[in-house]
Design a protein around this ligand. Structure first.
Ligand code: EPU
Length: 439
């Protein structure tokens, strides 16, 4: 098992390019199951979660070719329809094959994902939407068994919000099922995340008829079939946000290239209000469709200590829950008291205890973390509990005095492409090592 060794105290400097988005790539890959022709992907990030989904698609009878950032997937109409526990346990997002399998092959068996370290993560809304499309759904021995009615799925109207707001993969799953249903489907309280927009644009490029993506009501006119096509994975807004916060926490001077600043508006606004100088712009070419335009963000060194500000993580366009842990790490260099609340995952605070081991002054009360800054962080061994928690501990390590060892970085490899190399290229002292300790 690998671990990271981070030597703190170096302001980051230079420029760095963002990779393709994990959370966009996963549903886009699953969508290949809907297409009669081959789908050619570009800009695919090399991540463990992407490898897991490729493996799952192969298990479902798809031919998956290509290496590095390119992939080609051809999925036949007939084939296996089961996503086993072994796969779903490794990666919850395996659940996004449910909608496509049901729509194209008429049935699906997908193991129930259960909870995870960031909290309870039910899929009741995915199932509600699919049932509304006419699927018969049963839970047998921890597995969702779904079957389309004779004649196939049929258009419907469904409201998809949970008590914590909309659902990203739930919206994706129901949208993917509805594109091949007979008639019109309306999804209300749909997720507005850029990943949903990217998926709708791709499906439309293959012949689907989805409108309203980016808003909270999706209208999907079913079509009999989808063809294959080209798909470029959009840049990872969470990786971009993590790199921006890495620059800000170290008082660095960094240009983050290949991101979409419009998708980072909540973070950039917060940073500016906190007193971190940052500016951004769009590339003269590129963009199109409903997606935000590609561009860059430049973080400059702060002259006066930033202010700690309150923030609530909410569904898009709110501040992303996937940056909550990294923001909390950033707050330790700021001045004052801040309340950081996660309204999407109220239990996503496993990183608090580890940040406190480094000397942070964070207290958790329910779904809120109270952070008192500034803290004098000092390096220590810490253990990463999940993907974004790993990133927040590395950020803290960048400013802690001495050496921080972040254990269990396999979480990080699920969702960040070569983060240590990117940070090193900006001058950070980060090394990947084999962990001699037993896990
Ligand atoms: N929810 C329900 N019922 C459902 C589905 C969701 O109650 O059927 C609740 C969840 O418990 C949560 C809220 O709705 O409180 C939002 O969850 P959502 O369904 O939007 O999460 P997701 O689609 O499973 C994706 C990302 C997560 C990210 C969330 C929120 C992928 C592969 N995962 O998960 O990313 O945190 O949206 O933005 O796209 C990460 O990358 O580290 C990560 C966890």
């Amino acid at each position: 098992m690998d671990r990271f060794s981070v030597l703190g105290g170096r302001p980051l400097q230079g420029q760095v390019t963002v990779s393709g988005s994990k959370n966009a790539a996963l549903p886009l890959l699953a969508a290949s199951l809907l297409c009669e022709g081959t789908v050619e992907y570009q800009g695919m990030p090399e991540l463990r979660d992407v490898a897991t989904l490729r493996e799952l698609l192969q298990g479902l009878g798809a031919v998956v070719e290509g290496a590095g950032s390119a992939a080609r997937v051809s999925a036949p109409a007939e084939g296996p329809t089961e996503a086993p526990y072994e796969m779903v346990r490794r990666m919850r997002a395996s659940v996004c094959v449910l909608g496509p399998l049901l729509a194209r092959r008429g049935r699906a068996r997908v193991s129930l994902p259960g909870g995870c370290v960031i909290g309870e993560r039910p899929i009741d809304l995915h199932l509600k939407g699919l049932a509304a499309l006419g699927a018969r759904i049963e839970i047998e021995h921890g597995t969702v068994v779904a079957e389309a009615p004779p004649g196939g799925l049929r258009g419907t109207r469904v409201y998809l919000a949970s008590r914590n707001g909309s659902t990203v993969l739930g919206t994706a799953n129901v949208m993917m099922a509805a594109v091949l249903a007979r008639g019109v489907t309306v999804i209300d309280a749909a997720a507005e995340e850029p990943e949903v927009v990217g998926l709708a644009e791709f499906l439309n490029s293959c012949g689907a008829c989805v409108s309203g993506a980016g808003g909270n009501r999706l209208v999907i006119e079913g079509v009999p079939r989808l063809r294959g096509g080209m798909c470029t994975i959009p840049p990872d807004r969470v990786e971009a946000g993590t790199l921006i916060l890495a620059a800000a926490i170290t008082c660095g001077d960094v240009r983050v290239l290949g991101c979409r600043p419009g998708e980072l508006a909540a973070l950039l606004d917060l940073l500016q209000r906190a007193g971190v100088p940052c500016n951004w712009g769009e590339d003269p070419e590129g963009g199109g469709g409903r997606s935000e335009r590609p561009g860059w963000v430049h973080v400059s060194p702060w002259q006066r200590r930033p202010q700690v500000l309150d923030v609530v993580a909410r569904p898009y366009p709110g501040f992303p829950t996937d940056l909550q842990a990294q923001w909390l790490a950033f707050c330790t260099v700021g001045e004052g008291l801040g309340l950081v609340t996660d309204a999407v995952y109220p239990d996503r605070f496993m990183h608090v205890a580890e940040l406190n081991r480094l000397g942070a002054g964070i207290r958790r009360e329910g779904s809120t973390a109270m952070v008192f800054g500034p803290a004098r962080l000092s390096g220590a061994p810490v253990t990463a509990s999940d993907l974004r928690a790993s990133a927040s501990l590395i950020l803290a390590g960048l400013v802690a005095r001495g050496q921080t060892i972040v254990r269990r970085v396999y979480h990080l490899d699920r969702g960040y492409e070569r983060l240590e190399e990117k940070l090193r290229s900006l001058g950070a002292a980060v090394e990947r090592e084999t962990d001699p300790e037993p896990p």
